[in-house]
Design a protein around this ligand. Structure first.
Ligand code: GUN
Length: 606
């Protein structure tokens, strides 16, 4: 996987020419309704999934697949994943194929991603049964890995409804080092709208699996659940829902399902319903109608993935998932369950986003992002005076009070953080009050400017940062247009620039030198391999495969210090992964370097 874009745990990656999150429609080689070629050409589908067991047990298909290979047989040049007979074994009882045999078969017909024969775990299974299934899956997994050849192999994470057993399965399977991790055993939960148990299974799997491996949700089904799954970092969704629902005359929409007979005003654009009159569709012969409805269903599913990607790109996935979660009580329950894992999720949270923080209900304040904000506010001792102020805070005052905090939904915030994310960049559905004592001790505007840069430094980089960065003769440069602080020069050295959009600093190499001197190893550090060091000194980006160690507190979007094995400073830049991810990814960039120690860039921000 190569990380391309992200928002929290949600991510856009590249995996073998496929951009994720991606929908893998299920193709039954015996009953093709929309051909794989059409899926690619008309719906932009880059990956499909089919069942190798069905091919294996159908002599005609088996021979063709062995002769021509899977890609030619299905006429699909994209990525093809194959499932084993697990689900069939589970639903219909005995499956005559063995694990080794089906893995070798998938390999021999040229599947891109094959699946071992895992043991399905049902929601009604006892803990003992589930544990046994997981152990047997792991045992077969070891065997499957020996026969996979060059094919990528998927190792499903089972665990039914038991969080402790999901964790057990994830740890066990992670140790075996599969190429790809589906989350299994969730179809019966999905069918009963037990989304919170599915969400919990995903979070736990994510927590214990290598973050550089693709995560797949087996039988994700309805697009209603896609946003919450993507929020948790699911990369692939397979779904037969587009065809299954069509056979029952049901239409998928992002918010739910509508039976054809009840559909009068189609709420979303669909090229299919655009082309046919609704009455015409209703009176079509069954076969033709199924085809038309499955096209609609596939289109809506693909569209939902696109909306999700756009939300990730805009860094609004939390708002998007939260608004979608309001469309079904069971989704809301799932969202609330997800929020219980906010301590883990916070490790992926940036300190600011492109857009403002939107309050959309009481759950908003439980988002992992808020946890991070509250933690960073603890870097400040409590203030002498707490006031209530409409924004912009200091502009609503004649003079600046000394040592004041402002009451906000995030907690009591030092007045100096008035331009900093999220205090200035957040929207709440209530009016802001003004409540300031009459006679207060005030400070001059010059003093306030210095207090501001100091508060931002301690908020962003932690306690001690202000002392390290700003000891010396401070010169604060402001924008001629807006009057806002832009650059801070200390003893003639450009130390930081202040970003207008989020009121946080970008660190210059002189600022990095100061923090590096004062902050003890490994704080803010990323230790790189000697092979990378020379390049980074010259200002080149850091690639994840060269990271040897890092500060576990690093979050995506953080300013970081690049050092070599003896903690010599090489460069300063902005992380795009957290430390855990950097240590696991073997492809792609993990720090965008701003300046190398050998190639400092001047550049005051106007
Ligand atoms: N399809 C849907 N669920 C599962 C599962 O748990 N395992 C496998 N192999 N395929 C599935």
């Amino acid at each position: 996987m190569e990380l391309r874009d992200r928002d929290g745990l949600a991510r856009i990656c590249r995996f073998r020419n496929v951009e994720t999150p991606a929908l893998m429609p299920v193709v039954n080689p015996n009953k093709i309704v929309i051909s794989p070629r059409e899926m690619m050409d008309r719906f932009g589908i880059q990956a499909i999934i089919t069942n190798s067991y069905i091919i294996w047990k159908t002599p005609r298909l088996r021979e063709r697949a062995m002769e021509e290979g899977l890609h030619r047989m299905l006429d699909f040049p994209g990525l093809i994943m194959t499932d084993s007979g697990t689900f069939q074994q589970h639903v219909y009882g005995d499956v005559e194929v063995k694990n080794k045999e089906i893995v070798e078969f998938q390999r021999d017909i040229g599947s891109d991603i094959g699946t071992m024969l895992d043991v399905f775990t049902e929601p009604h299974f006892s803990e003992e049964e589930v544990k046994r299934a997981i152990d047997e899956t792991a045992r077969r997994g070891e065997e499957a890995l020996r026969y996979k050849g060059d094919m990528l192999l998927a190792g499903p994470i089972q665990g039914s409804i038991y969080p402790n057993l999901r964790r057990y399965a994830a740890k066990l399977m992670n140790r075996l080092n599969f190429d790809y991790y589906p989350i299994g055993g969730v179809v019966p939960l999905m069918e009963e709208y037990r989304y919170s148990e599915v969400a919990e299974a995903i979070v736990i799997a994510k927590k214990y699996l290598n973050p550089s491996k693709p995560i797949h949700l087996f039988g994700a089904g309805h697009p209603m659940f896609f946003p919450l799954a993507a929020l948790l970092g699911v990369d692939f969704f397979d779904s037969a829902a587009y065809i299954k629902y069509a056979r029952d005359d049901r239409l998928l929409f992002p918010h739910g399902t509508v039976h054809l007979r009840d559909l009068k005003y189609p709420p979303y654009f669909s090229p299919v319903l655009e082309r046919y009159d609704l009455g015409e569709v209703k009176s079509m012969p069954k076969k033709e109608r199924t085809r038309v409805l499955s096209e609609h269903n596939l289109y809506i599913s693909v569209e939902e993935i696109k909306r999700i990607k756009q939300a990730i790109h805009e860094e609004r996935i939390w708002e998007y998932a939260e608004s979608r979660a309001r469309e079904h009580p069971m989704l809301l329950k799932a969202y609330r369950k997800i929020l219980r894992y906010r301590r883990f999720l916070e490790k992926f949270e940036p300190k600011s986003r492109k857009g403002a923080f939107f309050y959309m209900g009481r759950e908003s304040m439980q988002r992992p992002f808020v946890l991070g904000v509250k933690r960073r506010l603890r870097n400040f001792p409590s203030r002498r005076m707490v006031v209530e102020l409409p924004r912009p805070w200091s502009a609503n005052l004649g003079t600046i009070p000394k040592d004041a905090a402002v009451k906000t939904p995030f907690g009591e915030v030092p007045l100096e953080l008035e331009d900093t994310y999220p205090f200035a960049q957040s929207e709440f559905p209530w009016d802001e009050k003004m409540n300031v004592p009459e006679n207060y001790e005030s400070v001059s505007y010059e003093e306030f400017d210095v207090a501001k840069i100091r508060a931002i430094a301690d908020f962003q980089f932690g306690k001690g940062a202000a002392d390290a960065l700003f000891s010396g003769k401070i010169k604060i440069m402001k924008s001629k247009n807006t009057g806002k602080i832009r650059n801070v020069i200390v003893d003639g050295e450009h130390v930081v620039s202040l970003r207008a959009e989020d009121g946080l600093f970008t660190l210059k190499i002189h600022g990095a030198i100061r923090l590096h001197r004062v902050f003890e190893f490994p704080r803010m550090r990323i230790v790189v391999d000697p092979d990378s060091a020379e390049f980074n000194r010259q200002g080149r980006n850091v690639f994840a495969k060269f990271v040897l160690r890092c500060d576990p507190n690093i979050r995506p979007g953080d300013e970081v210090l690049i050092v070599d094995g003896s903690d010599t400073l090489l460069a300063v830049g902005r992380a795009i992964m957290n430390c855990w991810e950097m240590r696991h990814f073997t492809k792609g960039m993990c720090v965008k370097v701003r300046e190398g120690i050998d190639r400092p860039k001047s550049g005051l921000v106007k």
